[in-house]
Each structure stands twice: as C-alpha cells, then as structure tokens.
Design a protein around this ligand. Structure first.
Ligand SMILES: Nc1nc2c(ncn2[C@@H]2O[C@H](COP(=O)(O)OP(=O)(O)O)[C@@H](O)[C@H]2O)c(=O)[nH]1
Ligand SMILES: [Mg+2]
Length: 304
C-alpha cells in the first residue's frame, strides 16, 4: 500500500501563495514613465526663481539616505555619482553633520536640495525626545548647515547654528521617511513613536510627508532578479501595508526604490523607480511651497 500525504487522516498544510501577484498592485509603465518623470523633473521651476524646494530625508543609520541622494544625482547626471558619503553597514554612522546637497545641472543647479537626518538609535527616552525636537527645528528652518547634533542636548536658540529668522528657502517643504525594506525591527515601538511624533509636527506645519522603502532587492529573490517585480511582490506589499497601518502614512504616499549601491552602470528600470518617487516628491513639495509663497524667500533686509 502506498501512502499519499494529505489523503489520510492528517491534513496537509495549504500551499503558500506564490511570491508574485498575477497583477501588480501599482502600475508602472517601464518604457515610458522614466522619460515623462525625467522631463517633469528637468523642467520643474518654482514660481519664483529665488525659491528652492528643501527635501528632508529622515531615517535610521544605514537606511540608505546617502545612497538615495547619490542615486538621484546619478540618474539626473546620467552617470554614477558618489557625493554623499555612504556608510559601511558595519560602521556606526557617517552622516553626522547636517548638510545641504545641491545637484548641478547645465546652467546652475536643480531647484531642489536634500538634507538628511538620522535617528532612531537612542540610548534613552530622553535622547529620543531631544532628537525629535531637533527634527522639529529643522522642519521650521532653524537649523543651519554644518551643525553636528548633540544627542544629549537639543539645539538651543543661542547656538551659532540656530537660525533665528529662517526664510522660506530654509524651511523644509517635504519630509521623507527612508526605511530599509529588509529591517526586521521595522516596527519597534520607539521607531513608530518617533515617526508619529515627527509626523504630528509636520502635519501642524502643513508639510507633506512620504516614505521610501529602500533595498527592495534584499526583500525577495524575485525583485533582486528583476526590479520590475517590485509591485508584484507579496512580501514587499505586506511590509508596505503594515508600515502604512502602523505610522498612518497612506499607502499612496509610500514608494519603493533600489538605490545604486554596488553597480557601475545605470539601468532604465532602476532609474524609473527613482525618478517616479522624485517626481512625486517635487510635486508635493511644490504644492506646499506655492501655498507659502506669500512669504519672502530670504530674510527681509532692513530698508534703513
Ligand atoms: N542592496 C542594497 N543596498 C543598499 C541600497 N541602498 C543602500 N544600500 C547599502 O546600505 C548601506 C547604508 O547606506 P547609506 O546610504 O550610507 O545609509 P544612510 O546611513 O541612511 O545614509 C550601504 O552599504 C549601501 O551600499 C539598496 O537599495 N540595495
Ligand atoms: Mg548617510
């Protein structure tokens, strides 16, 4: 007598669902979207020429903030660029200084800049609170370039890096949470609380927020093999939905990218994802900026 598992008294486990959905849950036109987004980014101008969009990237050490800045620079310059220092996973942190990154274009610079702030590695509840206060100051434009944040003490008004009278260009126009898609501890309570606290402040200030999942190539072999599987992967979809439910950012404000981190050549599909999120960022930040354009871009000079 042969014994077939599942036919006897014992029930066999149902087969796990296949790793890829039949239809992606978000549509990307891999041929066309890159060119449309590139055109949008290259031609975007704020209404007032003196204005620029400030994009603040926030996320844990090693999430891929510097790599994202390098990836955007590489896509726009159409060659591999490594200006923002990328950390080694074994190093503690490299991005200690608050620094503005501009990207050169033919006759000048793109009208948007990046800053990054690391967080979520706190020795105590107190240091977490200090960090959240520093981020709030940055959102309002009070933080000058070059400051090294002190985890034990928030930036004070007396500090030389404290900008007492920020202009519209000093303020943050969009807040981007950078999340390593493969972090198992993604939803540690302190991370959720930090994001929620920072989001509350951004909401009060009217600043839009989005989130970017990086390192999607490490989530499943299907994406590593072909980045076009990004929005067909069940595992990544689950992670993004879970994150959305935990922190309250709607799913349509959460994007996925693979950064250029090891490769030497650009690829159209990787470019497409990077440009698609950049386009949304510029769009949301630009909307926010235009609602504030009644304010002057720079500190008003005394007319005396
Ligand atoms: N596999 C993979 N590795 C990445 C990706 N983005 C960044 N990394 C790596 O993650 C590490 C930390 O990146 P980094 O940009 O320095 O993170 P930061 O601390 O947030 O600025 C580096 O070793 C990068 O090469 C990605 O999309 N895929
Ligand atoms: Mg960095």
């Amino acid at each position: 007598m042969f014994y077939f598992p599942g036919m006897g008294g014992k029930k066999s486990k149902p087969a796990p669902p296949p790793p890829l959905l039949n239809n992606p849950w978000r549509k990307i036109n891999w041929g066309r979207d890159k060119h449309e987004a590139l055109e949008y980014v290259n031609t975007y101008r704020p209404h007032n020429e003196d204005l620029q969009l400030r994009i603040l990237l926030h996320g844990p050490v090693g999430a891929g903030k510097s790599s994202f800045i390098n990836s955007v620079t590489s896509v726009l310059r159409q060659r591999m660029c490594n200006r923002a220092t990328v950390g080694n996973v074994y190093e503690d942190c490299l991005t200690k200084q608050y620094k503005t990154y501009k990207i050169e274009k033919e006759n000048g610079f793109y009208p948007f800049v990046f800053n990054d702030m690391m967080g979520m590695k706190y020795s105590s509840r107190r240091t977490r609170k200090i960090h959240v206060k520093d981020v709030k100051q940055a959102l309002k434009g009070h933080v000058r370039d070059g400051v090294t944040f002190n985890p034990e003490r928030k930036l004070l008004k007396e500090d030389r890096y404290y900008n007492r009278a920020p202009g519209l260009n000093d303020r943050v126009h969009i807040l981007v949470f950078i999340i390593d898609a493969n972090t198992e501890s993604l939803m540690k309570q302190e991370i959720v609380e930090t994001i929620q606290d920072i989001r509350d402040e951004a909401i009060d200030l009217g600043i839009p927020q989005v989130s970017i999942f990086t390192k999607i190539d490490t989530v499943c072999p299907e994406i590593k093999q072909d980045v076009k599987n990004v929005y067909s992967s069940r595992r990544l979809q689950e992670k993004m939905e879970h994150f959305s439910a935990e922190v309250g950012i709607p799913l349509n404000g959460i994007f996925a990218v693979k950064n250029y981190h090891a490769e030497t050549n650009l690829s159209d599909d990787t470019d497409t994802l990077i440009l698609s999120v950049l386009r949304h960022i510029i769009n949301y930040a630009g909307d926010f900026l235009s609602t504030r354009e009644d304010q002057r871009p720079h500190r008003q000079q005394s007319s005396m």
